[in-house]
Ligand binder design. Structure first.
Ligand SMILES: CCCCCCCC(=O)SCCNC(=O)CCNC(=O)[C@H](O)C(C)(C)COP(=O)(O)OP(=O)(O)OC[C@H]1O[C@@H](n2cnc3c(N)ncnc32)[C@H](O)[C@@H]1OP(=O)(O)O
Length: 225
């Protein structure tokens, strides 16, 4: 079981995790845009395998929560959406959250491209799903996505700053709904894509089953008082 860090030790490790994450995102961007010759690719592959071996020297299991995480607050430092330590997160930057509303910024990188120059539709759905869940969580509503409807109205372009807004729509028992939209920072009135999600909070016994083997209880997904 990974020991969760607190206080200064956690802050120091979080800074190091974020620094490595930023370096790895630069590497991913360089890797998907490179046109160096085959010898250069082979040398980079060897260096990447050396680096992986270095990191695997101290590695947690697949179901273990990272020592820098806060599972109760729902802070996930390797989230593929916002995780500062994730090589694959765009990453999403949350500007404000609370009272059932979230505003966040994102610039979609080349690695998450769909049609040339445009964000992949699945990436857009991921971003919308995340801010929907987060808006609900900020209102004290845990839950997993049961349905997600995405309406793609205009392309979301790579390398352009976008803004996402999400808000809670309805709450009833364990079910909650929220809606979200994505716009460009320069043109906030033109909606590029919209998302509507139904989220269902887990009953405690279902949470035990769903998260069997996870070392720290993920309270953030269950029905909370
Ligand atoms: C903080 C940000 C973190 C970001 C994370 C982003 C969110 C995610 O990625 S979540 C991961 C993706 N989602 C999943 O893996 C969920 C997989 N599905 C499940 O686990 C279950 O189907 C789950 C939890 C949704 C519902 O299961 P369960 O609690 O057993 O539901 P159940 O008791 O049958 O139904 C509860 C209520 O929800 C309704 N409901 C459940 N699923 C659906 C559905 N798909 N459509 C409509 N209604 C539904 C039921 O009708 C019922 O309503 P009522 O109480 O009125 O009768």
């Amino acid at each position: 079981m990974a020991e969760l860090l607190t206080g200064e030790a956690r802050e120091q490790r979080r800074a190091a995790v974020a620094d490595l994450g930023a370096a790895l995102r630069e590497l991913v961007d360089a890797a998907v845009r490179t046109e160096v010759g085959a010898p250069g690719l082979a040398a980079a592959a060897a260096a990447a395998r050396d680096l992986a071996a270095q990191l695997r020297a101290g590695q947690r299991g697949l179901l273990e929560v990272a020592s820098v995480d806060d599972p109760v607050a729902g802070e996930r430092w390797y989230s593929p959406v916002y995780g500062p330590g994730s090589p694959v997160a765009p990453p999403l930057l949350v500007d404000s959250e609370g009272g059932g509303r979230v505003t966040a910024r994102v610039t979609v990188p080349k690695a998450l491209e769909g049609p040339p120059g445009l964000a992949h539709g699945g990436t857009i759905a991921t971003l919308l799903d995340h801010v929907l869940a987060r808006a609900l969580r900020s209102a004290g509503r845990g839950g997993l996505t049961a349905t997600l409807t995405v309406t793609y109205r205009r392309p979301v372009r790579l390398g352009v700053e976008h803004v996402l807004h999400a808000e809670v729509a309805t709450t009833e028992g364990r079910r909650s709904t929220a809606r979200a939209r994505i716009v460009t920072a320069d043109d906030p009135d033109t909606v590029l894509a919209e998302g509507e999600g139904l989220f269902v909070a887990l009953r405690p016994e279902a949470a035990a089953h769903t998260f069997a083997g996870v070392d720290h209880a993920p309270e953030a997904w269950t029905a909370r008082p």
